[in-house]
Design a protein around this ligand. Structure first.
Ligand code: TMP
Length: 227
C-alpha cells in the first residue's frame, strides 16, 4: 500500500471544494465505521470542520432506538422501518441540517440507502412507497457522495462475528439473517452504484489502508470534477 499522507492533504487542499455530506454504506463487516473515522480525521488534517455520525444513532433518541433495533426483541418489519426513519429524522433535524448550514463536513455511517437496501431489498417491504417515506424522514437532505464498501457477504459476516465475539456482544438481528438476505443487499448496492453518478463501490476486501487510499482518491476525483 502506497499512501503519501502529505501529498494527499495538499491535493485535497488544492480543490475548490469537496462534498459536505458524505455517506458510507455496505453490508455487515464491510468496514464502514473504520473508514468513516479515518476519513473524518484525514479531512480535519486538511483543515475542514468535520462531524462523523452514525445512523441509526448519534442523537440521544437515535442511540436509544439503535439499542432497541439491535436487541433481540421481536419487532414487526414495518415497525422496524419506522424506528429507523424516526432515528434518521432526529439526526437530520438536530445534527445534519444545522452542521451543513455552518459548512461543516458531515460523514455518516449509513443513511437512506441502508433503508432501501435492508428494508426494501432485504425484507421486500413496500417498494413503491418506501422512497416517499424515506423522503418524509429526511426532507430531501441526502449525501452528495456515497462510498459503498463492497465485500463478499461470507467474509463480511465472519468479520462482524469476530467483532461481536471480541466485544462479548451477541449477533444482532441483521447479522443473524441468512446469507441470501445479505446477498440481496450487496446486489442492491451494486445496482445503486451502477445507476448513480455519486455512489462508488470500493473493494473492501483489501487491507484497511488500501481501502482508505481508494476512498481518498475517489473523493479527490469526484470533487475535482463536480465541485
Ligand atoms: P451498523 O450501523 O452497526 O451497521 O448496524 C446497523 C444495522 O441496522 C445494520 O445491520 C443495518 C441495519 N439498518 C437497516 O436495516 N436499515 C436502516 O435504515 C439502517 C440505517 C440500518
Amino acid at each position: 500500500m502506497d499512501f503519501d499522507l502529505k501529498e494527499w492533504i495538499s491535493r485535497i487542499k488544492s480543490l475548490k471544494d469537496i462534498p459536505r455530506f458524505i455517506a458510507f454504506e455496505g453490508i455487515e463487516g464491510s468496514g464502514k465505521t473504520t473508514q468513516a473515522k479515518l476519513l473524518g480525521s484525514f479531512l480535519k488534517k486538511c483543515g475542514f470542520n468535520v462531524k462523523v455520525v452514525r445512523d441509526p444513532g448519534f442523537t440521544p433518541l437515535g442511540e436509544k432506538i439503535r439499542k432497541i433495533l439491535k436487541s433481540e426483541v421481536n419487532i414487526d418489519s414495518v415497525s422496524e422501518l419506522f424506528l429507523f426513519l424516526a432515528a434518521r429524522r432526529q439526526l437530520v433535524v438536530d445534527v445534519v441540517r444545522p452542521a451543513l448550514r455552518k459548512g461543516i463536513v458531515v460523514i455518516t455511517d449509513r443513511f437512506t440507502n441502508s433503508t432501501l437496501a435492508y428494508q426494501g431489498r432485504g425484507r421486500g417491504l413496500m417498494p413503491e412507497t418506501l422512497p416517499m417515506l424515506c423522503y418524509i424522514a429526511t426532507g430531501g437532505v441526502e449525501p452528495e457522495l456515497t462510498f459503498v464498501l463492497d465485500i463478499d457477504p461470507e467474509k463480511g459476516l465472519q468479520r462482524a462475528k469476530k467483532r461481536s465475539e471480541s466485544e462479548k456482544s451477541k449477533e444482532d438481528r441483521f447479522e443473524a439473517q441468512d446469507i441470501q438476505f445479505h446477498r440481496r443487499i450487496r446486489e442492491f448496492y451494486a445496482e445503486l452504484a451502477e445507476n448513480s453518478e455519486n455512489v462508488f463501490i470500493i473493494d473492501s476486501s483489501q487491507d484497511i489502508y488500501s481501502v482508505f487510499a481508494d476512498v481518498v482518491s475517489k473523493l479527490y476525483e469526484f470533487s475535482k470534477e463536480k465541485f
